[in-house]
Design a binder for this molecule. Structure first.
Ligand SMILES: [Zn+2]
Ligand SMILES: [Zn+2]
Length: 242
């Protein structure tokens, strides 16, 4: 179901079955033809989201770009379905993960060998399935003026080397990807390209933001009053990360 978070932000909850599936967010005033989709979901979990976006009335020409918070399988697995549905969209990814996608190197996508063989036995994934041309390589620190909203790209590596968050400074809304979740949880840091020391620094960066609404890619989203929750989560985890 497409739900409204607040003006200019919609979301569809991920559908966890055998595997976690990321939420997606749609940024931008629906009246504009300048919508951004953030993340897609795991393999096979694109079609229901696309059908919901269709029935909500979002048309092909309105969707201008897809931004990936990072490129793990549960976020990028069904990107191809989105690119087929919206053939003219741009793909924006942090440059650290864009280089992997552009050479078809799927080590970040799968995270580890065990997960890769599990997934490959379940789905028929051809060679080159995760090779993509990235239209815009994000750096961190830049402002994205999209669909009537302004988001700052916050580079927060650790869960993966190219993880980003999107921060609306005015409304204090933070799309955190898999780096920090509601209720005290953070993203895992044992997969390929993850780094606990980087994650520690990234959590410190996050704790310096004022965050009222937290929009992570898994589990619940929290509208309003999250600043203390985020700061306590960071304080809890900092001594445990080295
Ligand atoms: Zn992830
Ligand atoms: Zn995830």
């Amino acid at each position: 179901m497409v739900e409204k978070v607040t003006d200019g932000i919609l979301w569809i909850a991920g559908s966890d079955k055998f595997m976690p599936d990321s939420h997606i967010f749609v940024l931008g005033d629906i009246e504009t033809d300048d919508l951004t989709i953030v993340d897609c979901g795991i393999v096979d979990m694109g079609s229901y989201k696309l059908a919901e976006l269709d029935s909500y009335g979002i048309s092909t020409k309105q969707v201008k770009r897809i931004i990936m918070t990072h490129t793990h399988l549960d976020h990028i697995g069904c990107l191809r379905d989105f690119l087929e549905r919206y053939p003219n969209v741009e793909l924006w990814v942090h440059r650290e993960e864009a280089v992997y996608l552009e050479r078809g190197d799927d080590r970040i996508v799968f995270g580890n060998k065990m997960f890769e063989s599990m997934i490959r036995s379940q789905y028929d994934i051809p060679q080159g399935f995760f090779e993509f041309k990235v239209t815009r390589k994000l750096e961190g620190g830049e402002f994205l003026d999209v669909g009537g909203n302004r988001f700052k790209v916050i580079y927060i590596p650790g869960h993966s080397i190219g993880s980003i968050g999107l921060y609306d400074e005015t409304r204090k809304i933070f799309l955190s990807g898999d780096t920090i979740y509601a209720d005290g949880a953070i993203g895992r840091y044992d997969l390929f390209s993850a780094d606990s020391e980087m994650l520690k620094k990234s959590l410190e960066i996050i704790s310096e933001l004022e965050i009222e609404t937290l929009l992570p890619c898994h589990n619940r989203i929290v509208k309003g009053g999250t600043d203390q929750m985020v700061k306590s989560t960071v304080q809890y985890w900092l001594p445990l990360l080295k």
